[in-house]
Write a new protein. Structure first.
Length: 364
């Protein structure tokens, strides 16, 4: 409990006057020398309401005491009022710069001095309580933030687990789809990183790149609803079969919509956009909705090109693999449908990384 007032003055009558002014409700500590003042303040600062200091003690002892007090870690929690026999603006400024809260000149009116000191104590007490509340609230917020980080990490792992499980379902249909998913994810990450560097207007940061790359694993989730007789047919599909195959974008979107409440909203949104729109084309000639230009979400545009590249350089039951050069030219010239000029520029800039990733897969 803070109920002590330290009075520092080499003149005893001055100390007695201040004790009389402040009344009997307080416990008074007295110090007539700098050494005694500093020793007493250090020992009792946790119980002190205020320090009343005669700053014009002989040999500038008063200002020296204030200077030393101002270096203490606890100084802000104990208000200091200084008393002066000098009418000196320079001294007043110095005292305030050292942290004094009141500067009172002698002679003074007892009533006014008491009120000024009481107000000073009240203000400091209120500040101390506020600082303590802020400290406690900061600790609470810090704990909540730490908890949120842990929950975010768990959610991230949960998102990854959902994607892995759904991706495994597609892989179980055939080994080709399993390798395709892995490579599309790899190409997507390369292209998304390039997009974030070359075109900052898309606002793709590292987190966005990771989410898009991760969610790309579900671009063909709708194929689990396509019969194997169509999915694995070695020859050309009939027009009816092709229309049915195209429905995997819609079926995949329906699957992902049905589980959107069990995983992170951001992942669910990106995965849905990729799944439904990765066969749209920049000129509006894609499917299922015939979107054009930047009506197509950028995440779907990126996965669309990554998907097309892997299909071209990989062997399928219905075709042989194209060379990397052939695949590059086919995409650039629009043989696989038109892509965004910006996306194609990123593809050109990351061509070596695409081919390196493709070679690494072939070497396995």
């Amino acid at each position: 409990m803070r109920n002590q007032i330290l009075i520092i003055d080499s003149n005893k009558p001055n100390r007695e006057i201040l004790m009389e002014i402040m009344g009997e409700k307080n416990v008074f500590l007295e110090a007539e020398t700098a050494e005694k003042a500093l020793e007493t303040a250090e020992a009792h600062h946790e119980e002190m309401l205020a320090i009343l200091l005669n700053v014009t003690m002989e040999k500038e002892a008063g200002t020296a005491i204030l200077e030393q007090l101002s270096t203490k870690s606890w100084f802000r929690s104990v208000p200091v009022a200084v008393f002066s026999d000098e009418d000196s603006l320079r001294l007043e400024k110095k005292c305030f710069s050292l942290g004094a809260m009141e500067f009172i000149r002698r002679p003074f009116d007892h009533f006014v001095v008491e009120k000024r000191i009481r107000n000073m104590i009240h203000c400091c007490s209120g500040r101390g309580e506020l600082e303590e509340k802020i400290k406690k609230q900061t600790e609470v917020v810090s704990k909540q933030y730490t908890l949120l980080l842990k929950q975010a990490e768990k959610l991230k792992k949960s998102n990854a687990n959902i994607i892995d499980i759904l991706g495994t379902v597609v892989e179980c249909r055939n080994a080709v789809d399993g390798e395709h998913i892995k490579m599309v994810k790899c190409y997507t990450e390369i292209l998304a990183k390039q997009m974030s560097q070359d075109y900052p207007e898309y606002h793709l940061d590292e987190h966005d790149v990771n989410v898009i790359a991760s969610a790309s694993a579900l671009h063909d989730i709708g194929k689990i609803a396509i019969p194997e007789s169509i999915l694995l047919k070695p020859g050309k599909l009939t027009s009816q079969e092709y229309e049915y195959m195209k429905s995997h974008t819609l079926r995949g979107g329906e699957i992902l919509n049905s589980i959107k409440d069990v995983w992170d909203e951001e992942y669910a949104k990106i995965a849905y956009e990729i799944c439904r729109f990765h066969h749209e084309r920049y000129d509006g000639r894609g499917y299922p909705d015939g979107l054009k230009g930047d009506e197509i979400p950028v995440c779907a545009q990126i996965v669309s090109l990554a998907d097309a590249y892997d299909v071209l350089v990989s062997e399928r039951v219905y075709k042989a693999a194209y060379s990397k050069e052939e695949a590059f030219q086919m995409i650039i010239t629009g043989e696989c449908g038109m892509f965004s000029p910006k996306l194609l520029e990123c593809f050109r800039n990351s061509r070596q990384e695409f081919e390196k990733a493709s070679d690494s897969e072939v070497d396995k």
